[in-house]
Design a protein. Structure first.
Length: 83
């Protein structure tokens, strides 16, 4: 389900809503269904990459991407130093 930005035409309230294609949201402020779907801004490319790398570092620290035993890691690291 995508998140959309909306602007209520009745009261002018701007909000985001997680909406299925078959559902139509209502303004959380006044309850009106007379909404304008707005174009959402995206995060700058550098920011997206920084967020992605931060999440990968956390996952790696927790062992989620780690399929090697400590001895295998040591062997792999030694192999890289010899190249």
């Amino acid at each position: 389900m995508p998140i959309y930005d909306y602007n209520c035409k009745s009261c002018g309230h701007a909000f985001e809503a997680l909406v299925r294609a078959s559902n139509s949201p209502a303004c959380p402020h006044c309850g009106s269904a007379d909404l304008q779907k707005c174009v959402s801004s995206i995060a700058p490319a550098g920011k997206i990459e920084a967020i992605r790398m931060a999440h990968r570092r956390v996952a790696a620290a927790q062992g989620h991407f780690d399929h090697y035993s400590p001895s295998d890691k040591a062997k792999l690291l030694q192999g890289k130093k010899n190249i």
